[in-house]
Design a protein. Structure first.
Length: 205
């Protein structure tokens, strides 16, 4: 009887104990994929696994800790394709300020889509390779020209950038341009193929 009680106690302890690691890497896994499948940002996962110094180098059978640190900062890396978008704190802030300036009156999804366009440009061979270079490229974003981008980002714009770097990464459906056709004075985007319409903005390939 004592052995039976001991066995039950041991099994219960195993069942309820919080594991140190929550996932074992499988064939075809990436850190981004693991993060997305477990409701984490890539930076959450990176912070929970300081033993992994290169997020591009994981191997089958490796243990991954899925515990989310509540103090984790905003995500810095997205890997929705073969190329990664790396954001410094300054670039994250810059992107959030552009989102506020370009889409302040748009719905949340519209704000995310504006951030997504910038990230799509970073991944495109037709645009510069960093968020900073994309945003500062001449004659691309009116808020840069008129100085509106210098105003601090609001909380929703910050959250929109976070969403664009994680679960809402491709809300703009790979578009590289957006505009409001009701107020645009330059009509060259009219001829480009429409990807999606969100709020007042039309997103174009």
């Amino acid at each position: 009887m004592n052995k039976f009680i001991f066995l039950l106690t041991f099994l219960a302890a195993l069942f309820f104990a919080a594991p140190v690691f929550g996932y074992t890497v499988q064939e075809g896994d990436t850190m981004s994929k693991i993060a997305k499948n477990n409701g984490l940002t890539l930076q959450d996962l990176a912070k929970a696994n300081p033993q992994i110094t290169n997020l591009d180098l994981i191997y089958v059978g490796q243990d991954i800790n899925l515990h989310k640190d509540s103090s984790s900062p905003k995500p810095q890396v997205n890997q929705s394709s073969a190329q990664e978008v790396h954001l410094t704190d300054q670039e994250f802030d810059l992107l959030a300020r552009i989102v506020r300036a370009e889409a302040q009156t748009e719905p949340f999804e519209g704000k995310v889509a504006v951030a997504d366009v910038v990230l799509n440009r970073v991944e495109s061979s037709h645009f510069p390779d960093t968020v900073k270079e994309v945003i500062y490229e001449p004659r691309q974003f009116q808020p840069v020209s008129n100085g509106q981008y210098k105003r601090p980002a609001d909380q929703e714009s910050i959250e929109a950038v976070e969403a664009a770097l994680s679960d809402m990464r491709n809300i703009s459906e790979d578009s590289l341009f957006f505009y409001n056709p009701d107020i645009a004075t330059n009509r060259w985007l009219d001829t480009r193929k429409t990807a999606v319409v969100i709020g007042q903005h039309v997103f174009k390939y």
